[in-house]
Design a binder for this molecule. Sequence first.
Ligand code: FMN
Length: 306
Amino acid sequence: MTVEFCGLELEHPVINGSGTFDAIAARRAFGDELVERFPFSAFVSKTVTVEPRQGNPPPRLWEVAGGLINSIGLPNKGLAGYLEHDLPELARLPVPLIVNIMGFSGDEVARLVRAFSEREEVSALELNVSCPNVETGLTMGADPGETGRLLAKVRPLTAKPLIVKLTPNATDVPAVARAAEDAGADAVSLINTLRGMALDPRTGCPWLGGITGGVSGPAVRPIALAQVHAVAQAVEIPIVGMGGVQRGADALDLMRAGASLVGVGTESFRDPAAGIRIARELKELLANSAVEDRRGALAGQPGREL
Ligand SMILES: Cc1cc2nc3c(=O)[nH]c(=O)nc-3n(C[C@H](O)[C@H](O)[C@H](O)COP(=O)(O)O)c2cc1C
């Protein structure tokens, strides 16, 4: 099941979704056994920002039918804290490290790209573009022009593979993916969470401290499948597909829609070893798959819009 992705040799196509598996905490809880049987073929770190962030006030989670809404708010130690405390620990993992970064301006993203570009422990960078640019007020990944300008700025700063993590909260996700590709992205990943909200049934007030949050889990799986399929018609670069993957069959669906790798997110909260099971199930399915060209088997079958 080995797969080549942006120059990286990966043992299988199953990785984690950023922010959904804390490898450092897992090592503390499960010991070095985790290192020997690491659930993913590459590890994607949670989003790192330039400055440390506390995250959103609690409550931060709400369970919905088939998933959850999170309003974690990207708490992290910031660039300096990550480099000092997290990077040395994550570098000991037996799989390549992909660092997910986010900035609130082009300059901030550039600073992060430059800093990680110098670190040999880092195999690739994932740009989380689901946030507003304080200079323009536009969500970086919701507008093709904004995404293209960001990539044009940071692409020359690193030779490492750049993966753009697309937001599903955009009018035309394939157009954003194309803009990223045209400006030099090596891959795109999708979907991030969909904006959602829950009210406290007792008070009628917003439940989440952040008022709104991001919906993930099996409830978003059909949306992820449709968006991966649409993006696969628009770009040539590899796609990391994610959104509601719980079983090998879900992973295979995303690959048939055009994904080269598959990310597992919310399912890891139910079972931290879910990645191992999903990779095993996928392997069995691929071995028995009658589909000749299973990757992108649906290419050339664009969806119809009303
Ligand atoms: C609790 C939680 C935290 C997340 N944190 C991040 C994050 O820090 N950066 C990011 O790019 N995506 C983050 N995500 C999005 C996931 O990586 C993934 O794109 C999304 O949840 C869809 O996959 P899933 O349905 O399998 O969870 C987070 C999702 C959840 C549920």
